[in-house]
Design a protein around this ligand. Structure first.
Ligand code: ADP
Ligand code: MG
Length: 397
C-alpha cells in the first residue's frame, strides 16, 4: 500500500474528519435501514479512532437530495444505528458546515463521535467547490478517507478537503485497495473474470483491462447478446447496443490474439416479456426466437461456467448473469453466486448488483471480499486512478 494510513499518524486528542460511505439503502417512509453493511464496513476505522482517543467527526452523503435539504435523507437514523453498533453515543449536527457545526466540533472530547448532516444537501459537495471544502476542513485537524465507494468521484469531501489537511486512508479503504491491487498486479493463477450486467458500454474498459491479466473471461448478462450478435447470431429482442458492435468484435479479436478464452453463454432463458410470471423457454444461443428477449443464461451455460471456474485460484465477479430482480430470471446469477462461495480460491465481488445478490443470499462471509464500492471497484479494475485515493499522502511524504 503506497498511501499513508490512519495507523501512521498521531490522532490522540485531534479532531479527525472521517469521510465514510454510509449511503445505505433506506426505506424513505419509515427511515428503516434495510442493509447496514456499509456502516459495519467502517467500524474498524471508527473503533480505532475512538480507542486512540481521537475526536471523531464523521461525514457522508445519503441518497440523492440534489443539493437541497430533504427531511427523509437526514443522517439521524444512521447515527442511531452506528450508536447501537459501537455501543457509544453518536452526536448529530444540524448541517455539515457553518459556525454551529464548528462549535460542536470544537466542543468534542477525546473519544467522542459526531456525525455531520448529509453532505449532498449542499450542491457545492458534488461540484467540489473550494470554499465548501475549506469550510469542511475547518472542522478538523486530520482527514481520513474510508469511503472507498465514493473514491472515484472528485467531490469536496473526497478531494477538495484533502488540500487543507493531512490526508490518510482508513482501514476499509486500505483493505479494498489491497485486495483489488493484488488482483491487478499479482493474482494467483488460474485467474478468471466473470462479467455480466446490462450493458457492454459500462464494462468495455473493464473487459479490455482484464483481458491482459486473466486466464479466461466468462461473459453473461444482457451484454452477452451484443457479443453473440457480432458472431452473427440472432438475439431476438434482447438488449443490444448497436453502436458497440464494433468494439465488441474488436474485443473478441483481441482475446483471440492474447489467447484468452472468451466464453459466452451456450444457452439462454428467453421470454417474450420482461415481467414476473412471463412464460419462459430454454434455447441454445444459436437459436434465439426472433420475438423474445434473453433474460438469463441457461442451465448448460451454468454448467459450462462452473466447470471452467472449478480449477481457478482467483475469480473476480462483476455483474449479474440475468435480470435477477425478477426471481424467475435469477437462476444463473444465484447458482453461480453459490458456486463461487464454495470455491477454494480468492473470490472477489465487485459491482453493486452482484454484491447485493451475495449479501441477500447470506454468502458474504464465504467470499474473500465483497467490495463496498460498485462504481469505484469498476473504475479501479479498469486500471483508472481514483481521485479520492490520489490525493492521500504517499508513504514517503
Ligand atoms: P453491477 O451493479 O453488479 O455492476 P450492472 O449495473 O452492470 O451490474 O448490471 C445490473 C443490471 O443488469 C441488472 O439490473 C440486471 O437486470 C441487468 N441485466 C442482467 N442481465 C440482463 C439481460 N439479459 N437483459 C437485460 N438486463 C440484464
Ligand atoms: Mg450496477
Amino acid at each position: 500500500m503506497s498511501k499513508r494510513t490512519v495507523a501512521d499518524i498521531e490522532v490522540k486528542g485531534r479532531r479527525v474528519l472521517l469521510r465514510v460511505d454510509f449511503n445505505v439503502p433506506l426505506n424513505i417512509e419509515t427511515g428503516d435501514i434495510s442493509d447496514d453493511s456499509r456502516i459495519r464496513a467502517s467500524l474498524p476505522t471508527i473503533k480505532y479512532l475512538v480507542d486512540q482517543r481521537a475526536k471523531v467527526i464523521l461525514c457522508s452523503h445519503l441518497g440523492r437530495p440534489k443539493g437541497k435539504v430533504v427531511e427523509n435523507l437526514r443522517m439521524a437514523p444512521i447515527a442511531q444505528r452506528l450508536s447501537q453498533l459501537i455501543g457509544l453515543p453518536v452526536g448529530t449536527a444540524p448541517d455539515c458546515i457553518g459556525q454551529d457545526v464548528e462549535g460542536k466540533a470544537r466542543a468534542l472530547k477525546e473519544g467522542d463521535v459526531l456525525i455531520l448532516e448529509n453532505l449532498r444537501f449542499h450542491p457545492e459537495e458534488e461540484a467540489n467547490a473550494p470554499d465548501f471544502a475549506r469550510k469542511l476542513a475547518r472542522l478538523a485537524d486530520i482527514y481520513v478517507n474510508d469511503a472507498f465507494g465514493t473514491a472515484h468521484r472528485a467531490h469536496a469531501s473526497t478531494v477538495g478537503v484533502a488540500k487543507h489537511l493531512p490526508a490518510v486512508a482508513g482501514f476499509l479503504m486500505v483493505k479494498e485497495l489491497e485486495v483489488m491491487g493484488q488482483l491487478l498486479h499479482n493474482p494467483e493463477q488460474p485467474f478468471a473474470c466473470l462479467i455480466g450486467g446490462a450493458k457492454v458500454s459500462d464494462k468495455i474498459e473493464l473487459l479490455q483491462n482484464m483481458l491482459r491479466k486473466v486466464d479466461m473471461l466468462l461473459v453473461g448478462g444482457g451484454m452477452a447478446a451484443t457479443f453473440l450478435k457480432t458472431q452473427g447470431y440472432e438475439v431476438g429482442h434482447s438488449l443490444i447496443e448497436d453502436d458497440k458492435l464494433g468494439l465488441a468484435k474488436k474485443l473478441l479479436q483481441e482475446a483471440e490474439e492474447w489467447k484468452v478464452p472468451f466464453l459466452l453463454p451456450i444457452d439462454a432463458v428467453v421470454a417474450k416479456e420482461i415481467k414476473a410470471g412471463a412464460p419462459t423457454r430454454v434455447v441454445p444461443t444459436t437459436n434465439v426466437p426472433s420475438g423474445s428477449h434473453i433474460v438469463d443464461i441457461g442451465p448448460k451455460s451454468i454448467e459450462l461456467f462452473r466447470s471452467k471456474l472449478e480449477g481457478c485460484r482467483t475469480v473476480i465477479w462483476n455483474g449479474p448473469m440475468g435480470i435477477y430482480e425478477i426471481p424467475q430470471f435469477a437462476q444463473g446469477t444465484r447458482s453461480l453466486a453459490s458456486f463461487l462461495s464454495t470455491l477454494n480460491a480468492t473470490t472477489v465481488i465487485g459491482g453493486g448488483s452482484s454484491a447485493e445478490v451475495v449479501q441477500e443470499m447470506g454468502l458474504t462471509d464465504k467470499m474473500t471480499h465483497v467490495s463496498t464500492g460498485g462504481g469505484a471497484s469498476l473504475r479501479f479494475l479498469e486500471g483508472a486512478a481514483l481521485p479520492g485515493v490520489e490525493v492521500l499522502l504517499d508513504r514517503e511524504q
